[in-house]
Design a protein. Structure first.
Lengths: 891, 260
């Protein structure tokens, strides 16, 4: 008994695939066990053996563990994984486990159950693929993809089926294989479809160029409709018998193809709309946002399955369609959560699929081997695939701007991998009706193994040998990104002028439609207003900032490039409002550098001191975060880094708030702030300079509004505020009126004028995590920088937890605790917005003149700095802006 | 992507070395009386032929474009800005102004002149259009390179509005701003930030070691080429010049330059 139980534990994999089969045989056994264990004592047992109770989940969990551990083990040997694709290793592992199981238990009670595969394993992979499908690339190549998926699959299916029939007639395939034309056509249909799981698994490691990948992969997804229909049609034909098939049935078959594909697609799109709409309203329940995404995508699959439509199509289009809106609607954290959940599930599902494929192969009952059939199938699918690709490419190339050349065709032919879908379909066949089922199963296994293992193994060298253009992992630069967008518009315009209604014309039409109707409907307001280019820029900026920090090398280079600062004047030739001008330029100075910079001037020193106090005394730096920050030890995914980056930026802005709160005691500081605040009000409509709300479309949002409207309340709350993190505007506000006249004059005190950050930026110096700013931090100061960051984090956590606002926009959390409740509510939308936008703050002025390296600092206001020509030639026209006034601009 | 096949980086070297493309200088007397005779069949053929040589379009494409040209000009001989500006589909294009400017920019006529055209005749029209012609399928490395350069030049001219050989920050900002112009209030601010960042990027890639008091004046064409080095122009700056009269044209005939 014990031996048996331990065997079950040692080989939990064995139990998994057939939990039900096990369960049915188990009761008796479990009964037995209970008795066996129970004979010791009659009454209460201290330890009970409840295997039957936990069996199913336990086995599943252990299986998942095995699969995951397997992945770790494979990664142990880099040399191995570089040569051998993971899928191959997994199949081998599966074979080994299967062999083991065969030894332990004579019959193989498990295999890759179609229901398990189609309902759980496949959707996780397809869902991931669909949701993260590069939509633009996909639609740019949609023509080719559809051609290969529909025409190609049909051709393969018929070709293979007919050729096999012919081979059978000719006697190449043994007589024992009792199969007629229909059987072979059926077999052809299920064996001819390129498999998304296998393609993904293999191509992800090969890194061919994007176009090639999307064509092969897109085909593997979209051919599902064809496969499903052919499969079903043949099955029904086989059931009624060849002789009873009428002409009308063929047409029904065709019609059903249309229904299945169009139906699947539209189910997917409907769910995409529902999902997008739902995520529009999840503001208050951020925590379950990821769940919505996962559920609805999965429901799209199940619903399509429910109506026997093409579920893969449905899920794919649901993912593609919803992605844009969902990503814009949900919070950054949810985005990360969705991504990781999907990737985790997909990855584990893929692992399981390959392991099970391996295990399923080790089953004597399946091996109805016929060399002729196996050989013929292998040859035919390869030949027809190659012929089909060549033929279709020839046609497609007449319409493609970038033709697919010979090498692409070779890779496409060779990359036509078959996989688990074919296997699951063949297992689903009814052995009563399809007499040759066993032969088909064996052949399918061989085909799948051959394509995945042999072709998967050799495709990498092949690609290398053929010098297939690889995909570059290089991310586009800002300039490239700008021009990408520009191209779209240019091409559309030229098409319009040339009177052509080409691809760009329609794409533009669609974008208009999307912008005017869909986005309005599906995006929440705050997200809707953001421009695509802006977002792209944000992403790039964040990424660059990170990479710069990572490299840590470019410090000096960046410091030299002060150009952008200068031009800000040029771009506002009408900068009659001196203060705003000053503020703008001044705010370019990096806050954190001030901390470390040795700058002459009492006020500055005062300020520096404050910073030091801030950085060193107030918060306990957290080592943990620091290690995060140094990133060298953790292979962080890009998203993860972005997330972190965003967080830090939020911290940054919070720190500013905080800092200004600290400054309360410095009169001078306050005065400046006051001035700033009033200025902001004065020219608020023009261009509010607050770095914090810069991002927002309505820039006046948070700080200003709260200042003005809730001043009273804020003051009332001051006591609490003080022992809390301290909020900026509270104290400021109180004194604002007195200082106001100052600001009205428009010119800041001369003493301050040449101190850039004083002139404008000091109270709210821009967070300096932005691209350039980060670059600028001298290496030796990095330590201090890191510490301040880590200290920031601890603050944020404290603040966050106190506010009990884990879901609240991080950037606001610091301020939130003291903010009066009514304000919070009123500004709900703004808050929302800030959630998304704050991370941008620093990027706002990436080009800010880099703070000087310490050595240069002393010369700050005397030594002319780098200027852009444009600025020099066209200084701001503001009359009061003398050379002295320009001081701040140089940095 | 595709240029990746050329042993990475060949592009740049190749492009730098290859001389800028020069259209065959067929001295065409477009202006004045010559144009009156278009409608006469043989002359028209001849005229088309000359244009085809100059612009690389096939005769059929020219015919179609000519058709479009007459549509735009209301059967006139020349197109003015107003004609282009009144194209309804163009109205929503954020960079409409720049595109139209590009059409009237003499630099895009590849005759070594600069300045503005007041009116476009068919030749000019086609010349500008020819920047968007896909390259021949079997074009050699040099030709690809030349085509690429030509397209980049077009872009560069579009940005360099004052024709001083550099895209200054102000000019670049303008471009970005217009690209963003549809997103409302954020446009101005964002454009500035983006353009600044982009400029900084150019500066840091091209002049990695700047002296402290040096300044970066703007993007020269060489720098421009360099920063867009990674962009695949082949597929991104082309449109398919098929047919206006759908029935008549099937480009993609052997040797036709326009095989899509």
């Amino acid at each position: 008994m014990l031996a048996r139980a331990s065997a079950a534990l040692l080989l939990p994999p064995l139990l998994f695939l057939a939990p039900r089969a096990r369960a049915s045989s188990d009761p008796a056994e479990a009964e037995e066990e209970r008795e066996g264990h129970g004979h010791g004592g009659g009454g209460y047992r201290v330890v009970q053996w409840e295997w039957s109770y936990v069996q199913t989940p336990y086995v599943i969990a252990v299986w998942l563990l095995v699969a995951s551990v397997a992945k770790i083990l494979f990664q142990l040997s880099r040399r191995l994984t570089r040569v051998v694709p993971e899928s191959v290793l997994l199949i081998l592992l599966g074979l080994a486990l299967g062999g083991l199981a065969l030894l332990a238990d004579d019959k193989q009670p498990y295999q890759l159950e179609p229901a398990l595969f189609f309902l759980f394993l496949l959707p996780t992979i397809v869902g991931d693929a669909g949701y993260f499908m590069p939509a633009r690339l996909f639609f740019d190549n949609l023509g080719a993809i559809l051609t290969y998926a529909v025409a190609g699959t049909l051709w393969n299916a018929f070709g293979t089926g007919l050729a096999l029939t012919a081979a059978h007639r000719l006697g190449v395939i043994d007589e024992r294989v009792e199969a007629g034309l229909l059987d072979f056509l059926l077999f052809g249909a299920l064996i001819s479809a390129v498999d998304p799981v296998a393609v993904l698994a293999v191509f992800e490691e090969v890194h061919v160029n994007d176009t090639l990948f999307i064509i092969v992969f897109g085909e593997s997804l979209l051919n599902d409709a064809v496969t499903v229909v052919l499969y079903k049609v043949y099955i029904s034909f086989v059931e009624v018998g060849t002789e009873n098939v009428q002409m009308a049935d063929y047409f029904k078959g065709m019609a059903s193809f249309l229904v299945v594909s169009a139906g699947g697609t539209s189910v997917g799109l409907v769910f995409a709309v529902i999902l997008s709409l739902l995520t529009r309203f999840t503001k208050k329940v951020r925590i379950i946002e990821p769940l919505f995404v996962l559920l609805l995508v999965y429901l799209a699959y199940l619903t399509a399955e429910l109506f026997s439509l093409s579920s893969i199509l449905s899920m794919t289009f649901c993912g593609i369609g919803a992605n844009k809106y969902v990503e814009a609607n949900i919070s950054q954290k949810s985005r990360t959560a969705v991504k990781y959940t999907m990737k985790t599930l997909a990855s584990i599902a893929e692992t399981l699929i390959f392991i099970f494929l391996g295990i399923s192969a080790v089953d004597k009952s399946k091996w109805a081997w016929d060399t002729g059939l196996v050989a013929c199938t292998l040859i035919f699918i390869f030949i027809f695939r190659a012929l089909g690709v060549m033929g279709q490419t020839w046609v497609l190339n007449r319409f493609r701007l970038v033709p697919l050349d010979k090498i692409d065709q070779v890779v496409m032919s060779y990359g036509g991998l078959r996989g688990a879908v074919a296997f699951a379909l063949v297992v689903l066949l009814d052995g009563q009706r399809v007499k040759a089922k066993d032969y088909f199963v064996a052949t399918t296994i061989v085909v799948v193994f051959f394509t995945v293992m042999f072709q998967g193994l050799t495709i990498k060298p092949l690609v290398k040998w053929l010098k297939v253009p690889r995909s570059t992992s290089r991310k586009p630069t800002i300039n490239e990104e700008i021009h990408e967008r520009a191209f779209d518009h240019i091409l559309t315009a030229v098409e319009d002028i040339a009177g052509l209604q080409g691809y760009h014309h329609w794409r533009d039409k669609w974008e208009q439609f999307d912008k005017n109707y869909l986005s309005k409907l599906l995006l929440r307001k705050s997200a809707y207003r953001k421009s695509e280019l802006w977002e792209a820029y944000q992403k790039i900026n964040i990424r660059d900032a990170i990479s710069v920090i990572d490299q840590g090398g470019n410090v000096v280079n960046a410091a030299r490039l002060s150009l952008p600062s200068v031009t800000s004047g040029a771009s506002f030739p009408d900068a009659s409002n001196v203060t705003s001008y000053l503020r703008e330029n001044g705010s370019g100075v990096c806050l954190d550098l001030q901390v470390v910079d040795k700058v002459p001037g009492a006020k500055v020193e005062e300020e520096t001191e404050t910073h030091h106090v801030l950085a060193e005394n107030l918060y306990k730096p957290r080592r943990r975060y620091q290690s995060h920050y140094s990133r060298h030890f953790m292979p962080a995914g890009e998203k993860e880094r972005q997330d972190r980056e965003v967080f830090q930026r939020n911290m940054k802005s919070r720190m500013e708030t905080f800092k200004s709160g600290r400054h309360k005691r410095h009169k001078k500081e306050r005065g400046l702030k006051k001035r700033r605040a009033s200025d902001a009000r004065d020219d608020g409509g023009d261009k509010p300079r607050r770095s914090i709300d810069r991002q927002d479309k309505d820039p006046v949002v948070i700080p200003v509004v709260s200042d003005e409207d809730d001043e009273f309340q804020c003051r009332r709350k001051e006591p609490e505020t003080d022992d809390d993190v301290g909020i900026t505007f509270v104290a400021l506000k109180a004194e604002a009126p007195q200082k106001r006249p100052h600001s009205m004059t428009g010119a800041p005190p001369a003493a301050d004028a040449h101190l850039p950050w004083k002139g404008g930026g000091a109270p709210w110096p821009p967070p300096c995590l932005s691209l350039e700013a980060t670059k600028v931090i001298p290496v030796d100061l990095r330590q201090a920088w890191n510490q301040s960051i880590s200290s920031l984090e601890s603050v944020s956590e404290a603040a966050g937890s106190r506010a009990g606002a884990s879901t609240r926009p991080a950037s606001y959390a610091g301020a939130a605790p003291i903010a009066p409740a009514p304000l919070l509510e009123k500004n709900q939308e703004e808050e929302e917005e800030e959630d998304e936008t704050v991370p941008l703050v620093p990027s706002r002025r990436p080009p800010v003149p880099s703070p000087l390296p310490a050595a240069l600092a002393p010369g700050r206001h005397r030594k002319p700095r780098v200027y852009l020509r444009s600025l020099v030639t066209s200084p701001p026209s503001g009359g009061s802006e003398g050379p002295a006034g320009k001081g701040p601009t140089q940095l | 992507m595709r240029e990746g096949r050329t042993k990475g980086g060949t592009w740049r070297r190749g492009c730098v070395s290859c001389p800028s493309i020069r259209a065959p200088k067929v001295p065409l007397a477009f202006s004045g009386g010559a144009m009156g005779s278009w409608q006469a069949r043989p002359e028209q053929q001849h005229y088309y032929h000359q244009l085809a040589q100059k612009t690389g379009f096939s005769a059929e494409q020219i015919k179609n474009l000519h058709h479009r040209f007459r549509e735009l000009s209301a059967n006139g001989e020349t197109i003015s800005r107003a004609h282009l500006e009144s194209i309804p589909t163009l109205a929503k294009n954020p960079i409409k102004k720049q595109i139209i400017d590009a059409f009237f920019d003499k630099r895009n006529q590849q005759e070594g002149e600069s300045g503005r055209l007041e009116e476009l005749d068919l030749g000019h029209f086609l010349m500008v259009m020819s920047h968007f012609r896909p390259p021949r399928h079997k074009s050699g490395e040099d030709e690809r390179c030349a085509v690429r350069r030509q397209k980049l030049r077009f872009l560069f001219n579009m940005h360099d509005t004052d024709n001083d050989g550099t895209i200054t920050l102000v000019e670049y900002r303008k471009v970005v701003e217009e690209l963003l112009s549809k997103s409302g209030a954020i446009g101005h601010e964002a454009a500035k930030a983006i353009a600044d960042a982009a400029m900084l990027e150019v500066a840091s890639t091209n002049v990695p070691h700047m002296a402290p008091d040096e300044f970066y004046e703007g993007i020269t064409f060489e720098h421009f080429e360099q920063i867009l080095n990674g962009l695949e122009m082949e597929s991104r700056m082309h449109i398919r010049f098929l047919d206006v009269d759908t029935s008549t044209v099937r480009c993609g005939k052997a040797g036709s330059t326009s095989t899509p």
